[in-house]
Design a binder for this molecule. Structure first.
Ligand code: ADQ
Length: 488
């Protein structure tokens, strides 16, 4: 059986994996031979060309360091100030510095040069996320003919937003060098297909560029999930119960409305607080009987737009507190730190309502984790954004337009007033869907598709010839970097 090589921006660290995705991918590597490749998290002035190979908690990991300058251009720059906002349709929040693309490309080249010597000819390479779109291209330019798959963890943009991204044509050509491209939701495949079928090649500089050929790249939706049964167990574990008891002491019989997110402008946090504010303003009877807990640890806080979102949220929470708090009642708690999965599972279980209202999101695993953690005899209600990929598989949630805070506020009221029978009915359907889309099956399904073609199926290498630059043709198509890769 061929080895699996997982590539992501960061390699997993020591200790228990933080999320379901990392657990599922570790499981893949515990069941099949292979290794994980990525950035070590270290910045050095002159990074070594070769990867360091380590055994981390029984997992084979190959990692490289990056220079500070390249990392900034690649990560905070091109990936998170251009690709992230554009793919989330927030062109207003994109900052375009043209030199970042070179750093992004350089890091992908560095990944390829360090990975190639470790690859055996029949290894299957699974690349994760928008930081590494060019990796297959770079590996193929160096002669790799392996089967390669790419999974996008964020939404695919509309064609207009894609055209706003500098070098979008090269990036799309890079995607065509993968054998399989996996998206979060059907919506993303539709957006991709629209681009693929109606490309308007740039004629900038008078050189009309040929359309990109996706005929050898399979593109499909692979909706990612969590492990709902593990969350069901975790939610009644001692650590979860400790959190539940702590919260019960504070809340008494107030009903908990819960938000759990990374602090990111895509998650719609200010709109969510505004919807809650409207709920309290329009339903005086609910004051003192509900409490909003928003858990949102800062992320990417070196980027200005993230700091601004954080400031906006601080101000909005302060406004709601100022308006509605009483000496003996607080309408909300806003916690800017991350919690481990057991504590989260406890919070999910005790929440009457989960507010999962991103303005746009790939899937959103918090929705899955909340569903998994419910008490079947007294389940909470999921208020879910239509613009999360999760909306495609969770129609039994109360689906809202998160930009319309009146609608979200009304959905909140309905959720709080929902009779037990209806809550049970909706939750049973949600749980069935969460189980059907569990993360282990997701990984197996993606890898089955990727490996299905087998060694005889030609991989997406034709663009080596199609692009036709002298440097690319200098490497014979079947030349591997090293005939005897070091043992990984
Ligand atoms: P994220 O944007 O990080 O993921 P999400 O899917 O909601 O968003 O969460 C990922 C993980 O982070 C979950 O396991 C969750 O428990 C954890 N997490 C979130 N907030 C937390 C908090 N406050 N404290 C502790 N843990 C927290 C990206 C995409 C998503 C896509 C996933 C997976 O943005 O759309 O579904 O990757 O592909």
């Amino acid at each position: 059986m061929s080895r699996i090589v997982i590539v992501s921006n960061r390699t997993p660290g020591k200790g228990p994996a933080a999320g379901g995705l990392a657990v599922a991918l570790r499981k893949v590597l515990s069941e099949r031979e292979g290794f994980w490749f990525g950035w070590s998290g270290k910045l050095t002035e002159q990074p070594a060309r070769d990867a360091r190979i380590e055994d981390i908690d029984g997992l084979k990991v190959a990692q490289i360091d990056l220079s500070r300058e390249d990392h900034h251009a690649y990560y905070a720059g091109f990936s998170n100030s251009i690709l992230w906002p554009s793919f989330h349709l927030r062109l207003d929040l994109a900052t375009i510095e043209s030199h970042w693309y070179e750093g992004y490309r350089r890091v992908n080249q560095q990944f390829a040069k360090a990975l190639l010597p470790l690859l055996k000819p029949d290894d299957v390479v699974w690349v994760h996320d928008y930081h590494l779109i060019p990796l297959a291209s770079e590996l193929r330019q160096l002669g790799a003919r392996n089967r390669m798959g790419f999974y996008l963890h964020i939404p695919f943009p509309t064609t207009d937003a894609l055209y706003a991204i500098p070098h979008h044509e090269e990036l799309m050509r890079d995607l065509s060098r993968y054998d399989l491209v996996g998206m979060q939701a059907k919506r993303d495949v539709v957006a991709f297909t629209e681009f693929a079928e109606h490309q308007a090649p740039s004629t900038f500089g008078g050189h009309k560029v040929q359309a990109i050929d996706f005929s050898r790249t399979e593109v499909d939706a692979f909706p990612i999930g969590s492990d709902p049964d593990a969350f069901a167990r975790l939610s009644v574990s001692p650590a979860a119960t400790k959190m539940v008891n702590r919260m019960k002491r504070v809340l008494g019989d107030q009903r908990l409305i819960l938000g759990v997110d990374r602090l990111d402008y895509s998650k719609g946090l200010p709109q969510r607080v505004e919807a809650y504010e409207k709920l309290l303003a329009n339903n005086a009877r609910l004051r003192r009987s509900v409490h909003l807990l928003q858990v949102a640890p800062p992320s990417r806080d070196s980027i200005k737009e993230y700091q601004e979102t954080s400031d906006t949220l601080d101000a909005m929470c302060g406004r709601v507190m100022g308006h509605f708090a009483e000496p003996d009642w607080q309408p909300l708690t806003y916690v800017k730190r991350a919690y481990g999965q057991p504590s989260l599972a406890g919070l999910y279980r005790m929440a009457r309502v989960a507010l999962v209202t991103p303005l746009r999101d790939g899937m959103n695993l918090v929705a899955h984790e909340f569903v998994g953690s419910q008490n079947p005899d007294d389940p909470g209600v999921l208020v879910l954004s239509r613009f999360a990929g999760a909306a495609e598989i969770f129609p039994e949630g109360l689906l809202v337009n998160p930009f319309d805070t009146d609608e979200t506020s009304e959905a909140l009221r309905m959720a709080l007033d929902m009779p037990l029978d209806e809550r049970k009915q909706r939750w049973a359907a949600l749980m069935k869907s969460a189980q059907k889309h569990n993360v282990d099956d997701w990984a197996v399904s993606f890898l089955n598709h990727l490996t299905q073609g087998g060694p005889d199926k030609p991989s997406a290498t034709r663009d080596v010839l199609y692009l036709g630059s002298a440097s690319e043709l200098a490497t014979p198509p079947n030349a591997m970097g090293s005939p005897t890769p070091p043992a990984v």
